[in-house]
Design a protein around this ligand. Structure first.
Ligand code: TXA
Ligand code: MG
Length: 345
């Protein structure tokens, strides 16, 4: 299949037509690129799973472009949902509701609930409106790889497997949306993102964080099926070193030296402030440690660059789990397969 690359807004109607016919189009959002198909068409949705190589027990998010689109998809809109929608939609927040039968079972991976997001990016909003249906859209990467934050990375993974890719430049946030489950008495964060715990509790009094997110104990199964898989992994072995910088830097340098002596091509994922004091073959900065939003926006793209350069082993610093730092560390730890060295221990 030839994959069409669309960048001119006058061609957006072509993308909408492809979606109406059951085809697949990768579309930029404010978080990451999504691989979209008609969310009410089970065959289109099945093709999304095939193109990504995604396990069928991992449900998809339905994307809407106005609030009227929500009603047919969900059984009820609880009062907490109304508050969160008012505060954060459109934007990087996904809410989980009890689903109606209108939502095909394959979208929900057989669950009674459905995840809904109203994205703020004008391109996906425009494509949803033109196609007139909710779009099922997981991140537009091959399952397991870091999510794509620009059209080139989508091409790398999905060229020849999908009908079209819309190039809308780089994504603003760079990490996937915060996922909040509203099907119980208290909202539960199933996946941290740019809408942080503090932002959520400013709007609704009580919010719980899924315990499986904070304890890396494998006996706890996360409530978002997608959170249990190894994810975002570069081909290189990635290792996080945690602790005070004056101990982390010599520890990383020592380990890099050891890796070099074994003939490995070494890399470091650092910050503007630390890169000069680290010594390896390929050094990449995520940005200034004073700006966690910049670090979040760069994370997935920088991880992919190590693979472009054939690096075997990468050491990375860790970040404070405050604000968006929680989402950064969640993704980084999964990328590293929880290979973490704590120099305080
Ligand atoms: O920012 C985003 O959310 C991006 C853009 C494209 O919108 N999409 C995205 O989709 O990250 P995906 O499929 O890569 O991640 C969806 C997450 C998965 O962890 C999945 O298990 C969870 O949401 N999820 C979806 N439906 C669910 C449900 N009914 N119950 C619990 N978790 C659900
Ligand atoms: Mg994903």
């Amino acid at each position: 299949m030839e994959t069409l690359l669309i960048s001119d807004p006058t061609d957006f109607s072509i993308a909408a037509h492809i979606l109406q016919e059951g085809g697949l189009v990768a579309i930029p959002t404010e978080t990451v690129y999504g691989l979209a198909g008609n969310g009410l068409n089970a065959t289109a949705v099945s093709n999304i799973f095939i193109a990504k190589g995604r396990p069928s027990d991992n449900p998809l998010i339905l994307h809407i472009s106005n609030l009227e689109m929500l009603n047919p998809l969900v059984k009820a809109i609880p009062p907490t949902a109304k508050l969160l929608m008012q505060a954060f939609w459109p934007g990087p927040l996904t809410l989980i509701f009890e689903a109606t039968d209108t939502v095909p079972s394959i979208v929900r991976a057989g669950l009674p609930s459905v995840a809904i997001r109203f994205p703020s990016h004008p391109i996906i909003q425009s494509i949803i409106s033109l196609s007139g249906v909710p779009l099922a859209a997981p991140s537009a990467n091959t399952s397991g790889k870091p999510s794509p934050t620009n059209a080139c990375r989508v091409q790398e993974d999905l060229n020849g497997k999908i009908d079209a890719i819309i190039d809308g430049g780089s994504c603003e946030f760079g990490l996937e949306s915060t996922v909040v489950d509203l099907t119980g008495d208290v909202p539960v964060i199933l996946r941290p993102g740019a809408i942080t715990y503090a932002m959520l509790t400013d709007v609704v009094a009580k919010v719980i964080i899924d315990p499986a997110l904070t304890h890396h104990d494998t006996s706890l199964t996360p409530k978002a099926p997608g959170m249990k898989y190894t994810h975002y992994a570069p081909d290189a072995e990635l290792i996080i070193v945690k602790g005070p910088l004056d101990r982390v830097i010599p520890e990383i340098n020592h380990r890099l030296q050891e890796a070099k002596s074994k003939g490995l091509r070494t890399g470091v994922l650092g910050t503007d402030e630390t890169l000069d004091s680290l010594h390896c073959d390929i050094k990449i900065s995520l940005g200034s440690e004073m700006n966690l939003h910049q670090i979040a926006a760069n994370l997935f793209e920088k991880l992919r660059i190590f693979d472009d350069l054939g690096v075997d082993i990468v050491y990375t610093l860790s970040f404070k789990e405050e604000g968006i730092g929680k989402a950064i560390m969640n993704r980084l730890e999964k990328s590293a397969g929880y290979h973490i060295i704590d120099v305080c221990e």
